[in-house]
Write a protein that binds this ligand. Structure first.
Ligand SMILES: *Cc1c(COP(=O)(O)O)cnc(C)c1O
Length: 231
């Protein structure tokens, strides 16, 4: 099933790229494996998947230990400051930075390891109360502050769009995030690029690709429905 799912998602991304005149290699597919057993991840690995997304620190750290070392791990979930130290040297990209205090902690821990950590700034485009992320209007100033940290590299923006019946409803959300990233890029801030736009999940990744996503985070579409009862 995983093989067919993966082939389907890959095909959908290719089609979306074609429709929007983009090259397939502009878009990275992140296989969101949260709640799934290592055996499922290993199956995906066997099919060529090398980029995995997790949203819990402990789970990411455990899977990191259990899985081959050529995998790139992405932290996509809300990150508590006291847990930064457990993943700082394991992740390729943190998608969910939304406060200066969190950025400060990442800076401190990265400095200890003498590494530079790649991050995205999470934006709550739709202003949903249940979601983390900065309000769009607060992002430009936030970027300037984070740019001062020497062990952090801001690579772009991330958003979690609302859950909607019709993915077309999220098109304007993706357009807004893209516009925000273009506006920030134009300011040419040192230590900042807006190369990455992480947007689109199982229900809306094709629309996100059409609107410029460079990373899509697909869980259910690859691994099937999640069962939270076992956790
Ligand atoms: C779980 C999760 C996803 C994947 O969701 P699906 O709808 O299963 O594709 C993407 N991004 C984040 C931040 C998530 O927590």
């Amino acid at each position: 099933m995983l093989k067919e799912n993966l082939a389907f998602v890959e095909n959908q991304i290719q089609e979306a790229c074609r429709r929007s005149g983009r090259a397939r290699d502009e878009v990275t597919l992140i296989a969101v494996s949260k709640t799934k057993p290592v055996s499922d991840l290993m199956e995906a690995y066997g099919l060529g998947v090398r980029v995995f997304g997790e949203n819990k620190v402990q789970e990411l750290a455990d899977k990191y230990e259990a899985m081959p070392k050529d995998i790139r791990w992405h932290m996509i979930g809300h990150l508590q400051r006291n847990k930064v130290k457990y993943i700082i040297d394991k992740v390729d990209l943190i998608h969910s930075v939304d406060s200066i205090r969190l950025a400060e902690t990442i800076e401190k821990e990265a400095a200890k390891h003498n590494i530079t950590v790649n991050i995205l700034i999470e934006v709550n485009v739709a202003g949903e109360e249940s979601k983390f992320g900065l309000a769009p209007e607060d992002v430009p100033e936030f970027v300037l502050e984070v740019a001062k940290f020497r062990h952090i590299r801001v690579m772009g923006l991330m958003t979690i769009a609302p859950f909607v019946e019709d993915s077309e409803e999220n098109r304007c959300i993706f357009q807004l995030l893209r516009k925000l990233s273009v506006d920030i890029e134009a300011k040419n801030v040192d230590n900042i690029t807006m190369r990455i736009l992480s947007m689109g999940m199982t229900n809306d990744y094709t629309v996100a690709v059409e609107e410029g996503a460079t990373m899509v985070r697909v869980g259910t579409g690859i691994f099937g429905a999640r069962d939270y009862a076992n956790l």
